[in-house]
Design a protein around this ligand. Sequence first.
Ligand SMILES: [Zn+2]
Ligand SMILES: [Zn+2]
Length: 144
Amino acid sequence: MSRWHTPSDNCLICHGAQEVVIGVRERGPHERMHDYVRVLFCAACDVGEVRTFSYDDFVAYGEEDDVMVWSGVLVTADVDRLRAEFACGTPLDHKCQCAQHIRAYDSNVRANKTLLAEYGPARHSPDGRTTVTVRVTDGLAEFC
Ligand SMILES: [Zn+2]
Ligand SMILES: [Zn+2]
């Protein structure tokens, strides 16, 4: 794994460290595969995001990138809604399989995130990112 494959959860805007608000799901890190979904919050910029990181060394050459990072902006009000409404006592537990964690993962897949450039000078540029919102359905927080 090269240094480019080391995941960074730093803020896309100010490059500072971010708080992990929700650990939605994580597999790995394994030597040739690592992926996760997290809700991150930057106190300095007062903005959050849903971040998906996927490293898969098994993709066929030229088929797709081995590292794919997706992000959607979450405004602070939606981050606060998640903190208040996330119906699980261990929101940072990526391995949790409760109904709330599963709903968060499933709804994140459908949410409109932006694929970030992984290589080149525009790596992880926040320009043109889509915004994801949070709603509560049947007592469970979900992304939409
Ligand atoms: Zn920031
Ligand atoms: Zn849970």
